[in-house]
Ligand binder design. Structure first.
Ligand code: ADE
Ligand code: ZN
Length: 319
């Protein structure tokens, strides 16, 4: 099996419908109405509908062990697909709504990561992710918490949510603080909106990676700039096709980005929502083994893990 590494997967977005049912049951909750369709899959129609379905899945989480079990369950499945490293985007929004202390939430995630390492040898790290449409003030207060309560597995800061709301520059104070305190930074851009959104992100935020960024392929000058600056795209083809950004994998710009010299990685984003897995993304990329191994190298090199961990992982995956 080709060794894999993943930089872009959302914690709650990794919850399968079966796990959502189990979480609801253990917390004596009804599965949210309309969330799971007759075929047993999540129901949503478009990007904003997907974000709403995502919020509904979050409501099945109630206790710290719930969060620990979710990360463990995802790391276990990723390890079975050959992953040696996963950086999970985790939003403190749900625990905050529940009144769960930030450090209790992180301890639960840490427990899940440690269990997965012990059982499967996989390494996991956490990116704290804010939600763009909830605004820059929340983002800044989230970063303030992140820097004042450091945790050895929290290595980066990111932003997801509705790309059409606010501008990257509005979040510059939050990103500046995260960057100055040594956290790696990434942001969703060029997923729903076009190249101008990626230009704004790389001009106004201290990011070394872009979540998605695939619509950069519409602007050769932007692709050249990404290549020149070595900004790595966290590409999620299955997600992009499921959300209707491209009609099918053949129309996806992955290969055009690679040809333009843009560093890319392969990721599953929110796998059960998009009927994909990390393994499927590698299998369906239309690339040969040497290129796929190269992508794993790129992912580990661009990860926000400490240098020692990166070197150890690079040694593990071989040439
Ligand atoms: N949150 C979870 N998945 C996302 C995506 N694909 N785009 C923006 N925000 C997200
Ligand atoms: Zn995402």
């Amino acid at each position: 099996m080709i060794p894999k590494a993943e930089l872009h997967c959302h914690l709650e977005g990794s919850i399968s419908p079966a796990l959502a049912r189990e979480l609801a049951e253990r917390n004596r909750l009804d599965v949210p109405i309309g969330l799971i369709g007759e075929g047993g899959h999540y129901v949503w129609k478009d990007f904003l509908g997907f974000l709403s379905a995502y919020d509904l899945v979050c409501t099945t989480l109630r206790t710290p062990p719930d969060f620990g079990d979710v990360i463990y369950s995802y790391l276990a499945s990723a390890a079975r697909q050959g992953a040696v490293y996963v950086e999970m985007s985790c939003s403190p929004e749900r625990p905050a709504t529940l009144g769960m202390p930030y450090n209790a939430w992180l301890e639960a995630l840490e427990g899940g990561i440690d269990r997965a390492r012990r059982d499967f040898g996989i390494e996991g790290r956490i990116i704290i992710i804010c939600i763009r449409h909830r605004g820059p003030e929340r983002a800044l207060s989230m970063v303030r918490t992140m820097v004042s309560e450091p945790h050895r597995y929290v290595v980066g800061f990111g932003m997801g949510g509705d790309e059409a709301q606010y501008r990257p520059v509005d979040f510059a104070p939050a990103y500046r603080l995260a960057h100055d305190k040594g956290f790696g930074c990434t942001v969703h851009a060029g997923e729903v909106l076009g190249p101008e959104s990626v230009w704004a992100a790389i001009n106004d935020l201290p990011v070394t990676r872009i979540g998605h960024g695939v619509r950069s392929a519409e602007d050769p000058r932007l692709m050249a700039e990404l290549a020149r600056r070595g900004i790595v795209l966290e590409v999620c083809p299955g997600s992009n096709v499921a959300l209707g950004i491209y009609p099918d994998r053949a129309a996806h710009p992955l290969h055009r980005l690679i040809e333009a010299g843009v560093p890319v990685t392969l990721n599953s984003d929110d796998p059960p929502f998009f009927h994909t897995t990390l393994g499927t993304e590698y299998d369906e990329a239309g690339l040969g083994e040497p290129q796929l191994r190269g992508i794993t190298h790129t992912a580990i090199a661009a990860s926000f893990a400490d240098e020692g961990t990166k070197q150890k992982l690079l040694g593990e995956i071989g040439p």
